[in-house]
Design a protein around this ligand. Structure first.
Ligand code: SF4
Length: 471
């Protein structure tokens, strides 16, 4: 692991309050999810069905994207393709400039985080206001999300109360959650009406009908997509599903896995701009489809499963590493298990390959994943790609870049010894005989553990002493 990653993790581990916030929140989310699936057979059936829906969509991705574009265009939604975050930001900039917009109000969108949109637009003098309560809180504090569905989960009520009081000193101090929420609601309400352009993410895009589906709890998504006269939706190319009938099972498992809710408060289906005679809705709707490495992931039959993700966050909530180190330790837009497989593939193993190591491979993530993504297998594959020598046989960006001579030599020596029984036997006999001379300080490994102790005799000797015929 790089010293930068190690230092960030160490710094976050030293914040007991943040760790307590994560523990409390993740405990609650795990319990609520469990309560939503009292029937294990139904859960497994729904997981299999959801996996099949996503796998089917990915198996036809190019055709479905063409159908989607045709149907969205027929519905009056303008479709834009962006290969990189920079291109995506430029598309958004051009739309804003055409409308002479100096501000934008945003519903929650992880893809806009991926694009670094706020920084990009703010550098152009355009105000970006987050309207999701969690995003609003972290924006006030100049932070990034620490969780994909609950961006401010690392903060507790008192911390948020103090932050609001610091940023809005005219408003009386309160730690009452309802009052804090009302405060944010009042501040944001006027902005929805005063802003020309609203931006949102997308949970599912239905190719068959040209519909954009948006799942949310606060109503800010609906406000961002209907009150301003222009709506820009941004999402990744993988979010497409084939038909409308694919949505209910995915929606059902998404909300139950994510927050333990049977359904979210709002479910928006956007099928075009306001039609003549309609009283509300935007006059223009745009969809920006971001690739950002997804096509490359798509080209690998094993890594392709990564794109099944419906961003429920369940793998994050159940990850023993995430709950200890917190979302900000990862230093990426997507933290936790999904981040550890997605970010190294997007940015390259040379940039974020260490995240694939930041896992115990306990498998809790894949046990709860609603679309059965085999996260531990993908982590192992990325670990292998990071150190592999034959980099010509893989498309993973940064393959072989994590290979170090010392590590390669160590494993080569071990492999050689393990395949030469006489050498291995001599080595293990010597090690047991002189075990008292072996080091007990094994660096970082022994800062929180005792060094493993060698047995009194080798396994071969023990078996021999028991009189077992090794044949
Ligand atoms: S990998 Fe699975 S569990 Fe994790 S966010 Fe994606 S769909 Fe949810």
């Amino acid at each position: 692991m790089s010293s930068e990653f190690r230092n960030t993790v160490r710094a976050n581990l030293a914040k007991p309050e943040v760790r307590a916030n994560f523990y409390r929140a993740m405990d609650g989310l795990m319990t609520r999810r469990l309560d939503q699936f009292p029937d294990k057979a139904e859960l497994e059936r729904l997981r299999t069905q959801s996996m099949a829906i996503r796998a089917n969509a990915l198996s036809k991705l190019p055709e479905l994207l063409e159908t989607l574009e045709a149907n969205l265009t027929r519905n009056g939604i303008q479709v834009h393709w962006a290969e990189t975050p920079e291109q995506g930001n430029q598309i958004v900039q051009a739309i804003l400039e055409r409308h002479n917009a100096k501000s934008i109000i945003k519903g929650k969108s992880m893809v806009s985080e991926e694009m670094g949109m706020n920084h990009f637009l703010e550098a152009l003098g355009i105000e970006c206001l987050e309207s999701d309560l969690g995003e609003f809180i972290i924006q006030l504090d100049g932070e990034t999300p620490s969780h994909i569905i609950m961006p401010a989960i690392h903060k507790n009520r008192v911390q948020i109360a103090k932050l609001f009081h610091e940023k809005f000193p005219d408003i009386p101090y309160t730690e009452d959650v309802d009052e804090l929420t009302q405060m944010a609601r009042r501040i944001l309400r006027d902005k929805f009406y005063a802003t020309t352009v609203g931006l949102s993410g997308v949970n599912f895009m239905v190719a068959e009908t040209g519909t954009l589906c948006l799942v949310e709890n606060e109503g800010n998504g609906r406000m961002s997509t209907t009150a301003p006269s222009v709506h820009i939706a941004v999402t990744g190319i993988e979010k497409v599903v084939e038909s409308l009938s694919d949505v209910p099972p995915l929606l059902s498992i998404l909300t139950r896995s994510a927050t333990g809710q049977p359904i979210t408060t709002y479910f928006n289906m956007i099928s075009g701009p306001r039609k003549p005679g309609e009283k509300d809705g935007p006059e223009e709707v745009h969809l920006v489809l971001l690739d950002n490495g997804r096509s490359n992931i798509y080209s690998d039959p094993e890594l392709l499963a990564t794109l099944r993700c419906i961003r429920c966050g369940a793998c994050i909530n159940h990850c023993p590493v995430y709950v200890r180190i917190g979302g900000h330790s990862y230093g990426t837009v997507y933290p936790g298990p999904i981040g550890s497989i997605l970010e190294p593939q997007k940015a390259g193993l040379d940039v974020h390959g260490e995240l694939a190591q930041a896992s115990t491979l306990c498998g809790a993530c894949s046990e709860v994943c609603p679309v059965r993504i085999p996260i531990p297998s993908i982590l192992n594959r990325l670990r292998y790609d990071g150190v592999r020598r034959d980099t010509a046989n893989t498309n993973t960006v940064g393959s072989g870049k994590r290979r170090t001579l010392s590590e390669a030599a160590t494993w080569k020596t071990w492999a050689w010894a393990a395949t030469h029984p006489a050498i291995y036997h001599a080595g293990s006999t010597l090690a047991t005989r002189f075990k008292g001379m072996l080091p007990t300080n094994l660096g970082a490994w022994t800062t929180v553990r005792s060094a493993p102790k060698l047995a009194e005799s080798t396994l071969h000797q023990q078996v021999k002493n028991l009189g077992v015929d090794h044949e």
